[in-house]
Design a binder for this molecule. Structure first.
Ligand SMILES: Cc1cc2nc3c(=O)[nH]c(=O)nc-3n(C[C@H](O)[C@H](O)[C@H](O)COP(=O)(O)OP(=O)(O)OC[C@H]3O[C@@H](n4cnc5c(N)ncnc54)[C@H](O)[C@@H]3O)c2cc1C
Length: 351
């Protein structure tokens, strides 16, 4: 089958990988110049945290996340780091830690001593925490590149620097299916899609070493710090109901940096490398959707779970195309909408 994929963010590349592995003839068309900062996927933290995310997400997201981890461990060997996640809170916010634990699973409580064994840099800083040993993380920018390398080896065709305009999108594709993975840019066709602004900071510190993502529960910004190579840390991320994709506010950056300072005062001496902003594509229920309109299939709405869940959502898209809606797993059908009055949630009345 000939499959045309629009967009080269994590969703487009994951779909391409799944279809290429099934032996289809895949072409990716993207206005990006390659894996670059023009897509939301560039700015992500790269946490694969299906159990922590259950604190605020539907159980289905956790299931899709666990399924996707198998894909990532295969595709990103050398980049995929499975050392778990540590969740801590300042002494005054310990009730928040208990609440976090009640809403999630697959964790063990860790004492101050165990925290210092896991993360010597945090020795003496927190009385207790929650450790999620099965979670993983990676550097999303390296992953986008690794996926592209894999796809080129599979003879996937790339048409970068090509923006499909309205007229192109309305012209039926010559491929058997067009999979539209344009993220927030597909708002015109998917009017329920909204942006949730996320700001992040990249810093570098030679003083502090962390082995895994740390989440600091904080009343206003639940902060996370994800370690990358060469003393670089990603500090994220704000969640603001706003579609603005380029302007970071002083308040947000102050809050992110002061929360990092609360995690470890040594971050006060770190160098700021980058401040990044983008808007996560999200539907009203914050769940992904696969929306079929004839030979076009929109895969969108990954919200804060693009890396966490895109591979499983891509596999579901392949099931829909290859086997048809009736064969799709019953508990996944709610993610799929067909045409106007869909069988799934009617997220996209105008398609
Ligand atoms: C600060 C921040 C931190 C995050 N952290 C995490 C995290 O730790 N874990 C996680 O799982 N998720 C995280 N996310 C969410 C994740 O980044 C998104 O869910 C994901 O990037 C959405 O991917 P996408 O492929 O749908 O969209 P995008 O990455 O935006 O890709 C869209 C693609 O479509 C192309 N395109 C657009 N219009 C056209 C056109 N007209 N013609 C051709 N091509 C077009 C673009 O060039 C781009 O290549 C984070 C997000 C933010 C902002």
């Amino acid at each position: 089958m000939r499959i045309e994929i629009i967009g080269s963010g994590v969703v487009g590349l994951s779909c391409a990988a799944v279809f290429a592995e099934l032996g289809h003839d895949v072409t990716i068309i993207s206005q990006s110049k390659g894996p670059d900062d023009s897509c939301c996927s560039w700015w992500a933290g790269g946490m694969l945290a299906p159990w922590c995310e259950m604190e605020s997400a539907e159980p289905l997201i956790g299931e899709l996340g666990v399924e996707s981890m198998e894909f990532w461990s295969r595709f990103s060997s050398g980049h995929y780091i499975q050392r778990g996640t540590l969740v801590v809170a300042p002494a005054r916010d310990l009730p928040d830690l208990k609440r976090f634990g009640r809403r999630t699973e697959n964790w063990k409580k860790v004492s101050a001593e165990e925290i210092s064994e896991l993360e010597p840099a945090l020795a003496g800083r927190f009385q207790s925490g929650l450790f999620y040993p099965s979670e993983a993380h990676f550097d999303p920018r390296k992953i986008l590149q690794a996926l592209e390398d894999f796809l080129r080896n599979k003879a996937v065709h790339f048409q970068y620097n090509r923006s499909l305009e309205d007229a192109d999108l309305q012209t039926p594709t010559e491929a058997d299916f067009r999979i539209d993975c344009r993220g927030l840019a597909a708002q015109k066709e998917l009017p329920d899609l909204r942006g949730v602004k996320g700001e992040m900071v990249l810093i570098q510190s030679d003083e502090i070493q962390l082995n895994r993502p740390i989440r600091l529960l904080h009343p206003r910004i639940p902060l996370y710090v994800v370690p990358r190579d060469n003393g670089v840390f990603m500090i994220g991320a704000t969640m603001i109901e706003n579609e603005e994709r380029s302007r970071a506010s002083v308040r947000s950056i102050l809050e992110l940096l002061s929360a990092a300072y609360a995690l470890h005062p040594g971050f006060g001496e770190a160098e700021i490398l980058e401040i990044g902003v983008d808007a996560r594509p999200a539907f009203p229920d914050n769940l992904p959707a696969i929306i079929q309109a004839g030979s076009t299939i929109y895969v969108n709405g990954m919200y804060r779970h693009g890396y966490l869940a895109a591979p499983a959502v891509a596999a579901l898209t392949a099931d829909l195309i290859m086997q048809g809606y009736p064969s799709v797993r019953e508990d996944r059908k709610s993610l799929i909408s067909i045409g106007h009055n869909s069988r799934g949630p009617q997220r996209c009345a105008s398609v």
